[in-house]
Design a protein around this ligand. Structure first.
Ligand code: ACO
Length: 334
């Protein structure tokens, strides 16, 4: 059997900073409401020549440098995103831009805010069952491009970012991906989605084949029932982490850090309380970046690693949750 270990991290955010006060100029809201209900104070948003692929390449480059792995030694690139620059997938373009020249496999994973955890699961499966050696797992999203900036119920929550880790094959004794617990429930889609718009013809284009050809499609802005998503998160995330801990054979008290998808500080606090994690063992950078979807976990991990908070050998309970609905937890060692 083969083990998998995390050997490098990196992250990138766009330069444009939008504060709560900035948002108060475009929708009926204020800093106090946003900060007390969500914990968010600022977020970064793509502008000008920014692209999601550009952010992903920057984050991945930093992760490769920390891991001391050359691009040509990467044999798999997993781009976890729900907002790719190209509908057909962004991972092959990232592979090309990074100079991963040995023709590795590169593909996208679409699972919204759970994308990064599912990327870790996929990396582990490819390493343990497929003989892959060095896997780049990137979580990157630009939900700002799918937000209705006139809807104060959603536009205050989201920001753009990319985060990345390198997962490497190792001896099983050095394994650092201890266990996973992953779920989805398509029923919950009604609470959170960004659906394709109706694409049927209306007959006005002179079609002689009924509904053919279809109109060109586009996607609606994010639709969310915040209360239902909140309820789902505080119920399912503790259960999932407990299940992952059980599979790993570790009690919560033995875990150094709780690192949740950064969606809402009240969700983080509620899960920490249920799992009896004291505040000082909870990682949060939500105030600075808002909800960055698939990027939030690797972005917060990278900051915690680079600031010296997370040290080699530390164990982390992490959990992603969001649209789909999807949710999943992992117990990992840095
Ligand atoms: N500023 C000021 N007032 C506001 C704002 C705002 N930005 N937004 C809503 N309000 C008002 C509402 O209109 C409502 O007013 P009313 O009482 O007069 O009707 C009042 O504030 C309360 O609104 P609620 O929606 O009930 O507020 P709630 O406490 O539920 O907080 C929030 C809303 C922050 C969205 C919360 O429900 C939440 O964070 N849910 C989880 C959302 C989440 O994490 N989503 C992302 C999942 S990740 C992914 O996959 C994309």
């Amino acid at each position: 059997p083969t083990g998998c270990k995390l050997i490098g991290s990196g992250s990138a955010v766009p330069s444009l900073l939008i504060s709560n006060d900035d948002l108060a100029k475009i929708v009926d809201t204020n800093d106090e409401w946003i900060a007390t209900r969500t914990g968010i104070r600022n977020r970064r948003v793509v502008s000008g020549k920014d692209s999601l692929i550009g952010l992903a390449v920057e984050a991945a480059t930093k992760a490769l440098e920390m891991a001391e792995v050359a691009p040509e030694d990467i044999d798999l690139v997993l781009m976890c995103t729900s907002t790719p620059d190209d509908l057909f997938g962004a991972a092959p373009q990232i592979q090309k831009a990074l100079g991963c020249t040995k023709n590795p496999l590169a593909y996208d994973i679409t699972a919204a805010c759970s994308g990064f955890v599912l990327g870790l699961v996929s990396a582990a499966c490819h390493i343990r069952g497929g003989g892959f050696k060095n896997v780049l797992v990137i979580g990157a999203d630009s939900l700002s491009r799918f937000v209705d900036w006139t809807d104060r119920g959603t536009c205050i929550l989201f920001g753009d970012a990319a985060g990345a880790v390198v997962v490497q094959a190792c001896d099983v004794e050095d394994d650092g991906l201890f266990s996973f617990d992953v779920h989805s429930d398509g029923d919950g889609r009604r609470h959170l989605n960004a659906s394709i718009k109706e694409s049927q013809t209306d007959g006005s284009n002179g079609s002689v084949f009924g509904d053919f050809p279809p109109k060109q499609s586009s996607y609606s802005c994010i639709q969310m029932n915040g209360k239902e998503v909140f309820r789902f998160a505080v119920k399912c995330v503790p259960q999932s982490i407990e299940s992952a801990l059980q599979k790993a054979g570790l009690p919560a008290s033995s875990i150094d850090w709780l690192l949740l998808h950064q969606a809402n500080q009240r969700i983080i606090d509620s899960v920490a309380t249920r799992l009896k994690f004291p505040q000082e063992r909870v990682i949060s950078n939500l105030a600075n970046y808002g909800n960055t979807s698939a990027a939030s976990i690797p972005l917060a991990l990278d900051e915690a690693v680079r600031s010296g908070k997370v040290k080699p050998g530390h164990t982390i309970a992490t959990s992603g949750f969001g649209a789909g609905l999807t949710w999943g937890s992992a117990i990992i060692r840095w």
